[in-house]
Design a protein around this ligand. Structure first.
Ligand code: HEM
Length: 160
């Protein structure tokens, strides 16, 4: 499995298979979130809840599986000294916004499934869900920027 993930990717950039696969998965998950929004607009709230729960769970799984370790190994050691460099700045901005998207998104998902304590039961669903969706989309765009910075025209791409 490890060898499989670390063989060259399929987009012809310097990325390995894992990074190309992650890119495709994160774009598909963003599309799934958008399908969920469409279902809410159509007032199909039960399907909306299932689709967004699946997307938020898949998102969390992919971040924990594919992003935490490269951040720890290639970026964290350079913080804060190398924050002025594009590689570190963009990835850290992505990780920062992504952390809030992930935690806020999971919180809204739990609320949507009736799984939070009474004190945290917000009622203005629309506002909370719009913020969560916006943050997921913003983080995905920043993630694509991270991919381009790491693996396209980078003379010293991270290898792992
Ligand atoms: C909603 C949450 C998140 C979304 C939607 C997201 C999305 C993405 C996308 C689309 C990529 C490009 C694919 C790639 O380069 O493999 C990426 C890469 C990356 N992300 Fe995230 N991300 C999220 C959260 C985070 C968090 C919390 C961290 C902090 C640890 C993080 C760290 C990274 C790193 C280090 C990469 C480059 C990894 C690699 O290429 O193997 N991301 N992310």
């Amino acid at each position: 499995m490890n060898d499989f993930l670390h063989r060259p990717g399929f987009f012809g950039t310097s990325a390995n298979f894992a990074a190309d696969f992650t890119l495709v998965m994160m774009i598909l998950i963003a599309a799934l979130f958008s399908v969920g929004v469409f279902l809410a607009v159509k007032k199909k709230y039960e399907q909306h809840r299932w689709v967004q729960t699946a997307a938020a769970s898949l998102n969390a799984f992919m971040v924990l599986w594919m992003m935490i370790l490269p951040y720890r190994d290639f970026v964290a050691p350079g913080i804060p000294a190398q924050l002025g460099e594009k590689f570190h700045a963009i990835t850290t901005l992505h990780a920062f916004v992504g952390f809030f998207a992930l935690t806020f998104g999971l919180f809204v998902t739990l609320r949507g499934n009736g799984l939070v304590p009474k004190a945290l039961k917000f009622k203005n669903y629309k506002l909370f869900m719009r913020i969560a969706y916006g943050m997921y989309m913003l983080t995905t765009l920043l993630g694509i920027w991270v991919y381009l910075t790491w693996f396209v025209n980078n003379p010293n791409p991270p290898t792992y």
